[in-house]
Ligand binder design. Structure first.
Ligand SMILES: [Zn+2]
Length: 397
């Protein structure tokens, strides 16, 4: 019997297998010699690991490398569609779902746009439709699981939504129970901003060292803080509600019940509300407003640039507070184009502590439409590469 705390031989072998899989996850293909170099281990160990994984179908050979004088070497690659995962993002305007392989490549994509003033029935029906289509497209034995990225804060450990300012009909909706009752599936649930940060870490291979802030600007404003590949979160895995921090004392009433929240100054809802009042049109949609502004028209310039100003101020405040290495701007508001991003940058320049500005890279992630769904799917995908027990179980099945 092994003493408590000591690694058993089997566990060491599984750990080494995970290390090899993780190297191959971030490369197209490698020879065994190159893999051994990456892992700093003898070639014999790599031969044993790869032989086992090829037998299980997780790795495959991929022809011979180009010869540069020496003997051509056999290439090894990860079989990316060995397992798959479903990720679904719930937002007040749309439900977007994807079926992904182990490398984050989207195999199937489903999207339903939601009408305004929708009730819980339409929302639930659309979610079920997207989930069913994606699950039908995946071979049962390949499915790792279903991850859900959602807006609105969680009210407890069970991740039941609570106080959903952008969509009060969803208050106390139990997503997990819905999937258990209708699909006999246990889902994993994450906040949408948290999921977008996961996407950056897991599928976009954000550097393992250093820090970044991810600003998610859309129906609301979210901000995830990441240090050395770890997302900072609070109770019930919430990344915080920066959108409901007060930016204007006694300002406009926010759906959360407070006055002057950041989201009353910068959000898709507020842009639509002001643009509709300006044009006296109740049907004007954000997509139309964004097309107009990003093509250089000035119809909504003041409204949008006010919004950019507040967003830039919020980003500058967070930079001053945390001094990260990078800031990533993402979310539905990126439909406003380069012109909007430039205004956000000008506002950051105006408010950030001068000594910090030079040090920080600000970039945007155009993958906002699928990044939350991919991040939710990564909750399952990463288990193949991180969890020895999971790897053992699924490769035995
Ligand atoms: Zn609020």
């Amino acid at each position: 019997m092994c003493a408590k705390g000591l690694l058993q031989l089997k566990n060491i072998r599984l750990r080494n297998t995970l290390s090899a899989l993780n190297v191959l996850r971030t490369h197209d293909m490698l020879s065994r010699v190159e893999l051994a170099q990456e892992l700093h281990c003898p070639g014999t160990a790599v031969t044993r690991i790869t032989r086992d994984l090829i037998e299980k179908g997780i790795l495959a050979t991929a022809g011979l490398s180009e010869s540069n004088g020496g003997r051509p070497r056999e290439q090894i690659k990860l079989v990316a569609d060995w397992k798959k995962a479903v990720g679904i993002e719930l937002s007040p305007h749309r439900i977007t779902g994807i079926l992904t392989d182990l490398k984050g490549r989207i195999l199937v994509r489903e999207e339903v746009f939601l009408s305004e003033q929708l009730g819980i029935e339409e929302f639930v029906h659309s979610m079920e439709l997207v989930a069913r289509r994606l699950l039908d497209a995946c071979e049962e034995e390949k499915l790792l699981g279903v991850g859900i990225a959602t807006f609105g804060p969680f009210s407890g450990e069970s991740r039941i939504l609570g106080n959903v300012a952008a969509f009060p009909a969803l208050d106390y909706f139990d997503i997990r129970k819905f999937f258990e009752d209708n699909f006999a599936l246990t889902v994993q649930i994450a906040d949408a901003t948290y999921a977008r940060a996961l996407h950056e870490i897991w599928f976009n291979h954000a550097p393992e060292r250093g820090s970044f802030l991810l600003f998610d600007a859309g129906a609301g404003i979210g901000c995830a803080t990441v240090f050395d590949g770890q997302i900072v979160f609070g109770k019930y895995s919430n990344v915080g509600e920066i959108g409901h921090t007060i930016y204007k004392i006694d300002g406009e009433l926010c759906p959360c019940g407070k006055k002057g929240c950041l989201e009353t100054l910068c959000s898709i809802r507020i842009i639509e509300q002001k643009a509709r009042a300006l044009k006296k049109s109740k049907k004007l949609k954000f997509a139309e407003i964004a097309r107009n502004y990003s093509s250089g028209e000035d119809d909504f310039r003041k409204i949008i640039e006010d919004c950019a100003h507040w967003l830039g101020l919020a980003i500058a405040n967070q930079i001053n507070f945390l001094i990260p290495d990078r800031v990533i701007l993402t979310g539905e508001m990126l439909q406003l184009g380069e012109r909007f991003c430039q205004k956000v940058n000008e506002s950051i320049d105006e408010y950030v502590f001068p000594a910090f500005r030079q040090e920080i890279t600000i970039s945007k992630s155009d993958a906002w439409r699928e990044s939350a769904a991919l991040g939710a799917a990564s909750l399952f995908v990463r288990k193949v590469f991180e969890d020895t027990k999971c790897l053992e179980e699924i490769s035995a099945s």
